[in-house]
Design a protein around this ligand. Sequence first.
Ligand SMILES: *Cc1c(COP(=O)(O)O)cnc(C)c1O
Length: 454
Amino acid sequence: MSEPMRYQLTDDELPTTWYNLVADLPEPPPPALHPGTLEPAGPEDFAPLFPMDLIMQEVTQDRFVEIPGEVLDVYRLWRATPLHRARRLEAALETPARIYYKYEGTSPAGSHKPNTAVPQAYYNAKAGVRKLTTETGAGQWGTALSFACQMFGLECEVWQVRASYDQKPYRRAMMQAFGATVHPSPSDVTEYGRSLLAADPNNPGSLGIAISEAVEVAAQDPEVRYALGSVLNHVLMHQTVIGEEALLQMAKAGDTPDLIIGCTGGGSNFAGLTFPFLREKLAGNISPTIRAVEPAACPSLTRGVYAYDFGDTAGMTPLMKMHTLGHDFIPDPIHAGGLRYHGMSPLISHIHELGLIEAESVNQTDCFAAGVRFARTEGIVPAPEPTHALAATIAEALACRESGEEKVILTALCGHGMLDMAAYDKYFEGAMVDYEYPSEQVAEALSRIPQVPA
Ligand SMILES: *Cc1c(COP(=O)(O)O)cnc(C)c1O
């Protein structure tokens, strides 16, 4: 009998609740603030943007929140996702470490993003909303929300960062296949976009600018709401289906992780895999080290300041206390578009401050080297974002080869790279560059974050 490489769950074993880490923390995370009054933002401050069910999930203290049957029915199109043991990678690395990866690339969008897009579309449809607006950087979130809107009969309008819109026509086509309208951002359909284009018709855009455009349109029309693909508490909570499944699958494999590694852009796939394990750690049942990996060119968690800042570039959102590089910092054009965000989720930032997780940053050429190594052993071409987690995983496994330690490593393979092959092309041509940490631009952007008295 050969050794198992994949651990599946039956439909009956699918999680039926999301997990809210806030319920188990020794201190609650600092509240979001109204940008005008600097008082804690109340539900009514979010009401122009989000339906009440999601606002309540954003602030709930409940440990578990039931997943609605309508959402489970859509999840079942691709969940549970498989947990793999990376035996061929282990053999190639000649490591005594045991490497597991939870693979989210089997979803309709090719990443973890539909885990939250589906419930967000569901709660909006339930509240009578007609259309959702959003931004997309790499194109993964826009694809996920387009698909989810289609499941619940909503219209979907997406602002895709101009650089990505031009470089990734197939992501745009995929959003259109799922029924969405897609604009390059900055666009001429919003006031903010027009003001930026007047100053520079070739503005390449950024995630923060695209958020400002999508928020502007949603705030003006009572039948339109906005959806965010990462950062917020309710988004992180929806993603915990990943970790709840992985807990059951690791039990089937008969192993307990010593180290859990995930990449962080806004923090949602990392939270999704790790929070249920962190619950078990806080309860004293297991004791894994939990590590976030981010790009050296956009290192909010390892090099940012922990302060109140805006979530978008124009300064329209409530203020959130988070690790930030400054809301108008525009990161270098690394290929992991999903990790090019100036801030980190407030909840991830908070637990980093509490010492519950650690963080490191890596350069993109090391990441692509890891991605290629993974593709040639495990047969999956990873998205550029999770190659950050893979680079850290491989470095750990090689350290185990030296020390002889049989460490159990669990990593989040949050998406496939089938629509990111232009980035791999650059790597194979030898044309991919690493960017130095942009200390001057960050210092400048940090001088413009809002001043909030302690
Ligand atoms: C969006 C995205 C990310 C970054 O977002 P998180 O909220 O940090 O998960 C990472 N990987 C993939 C594949 C993505 O689509």
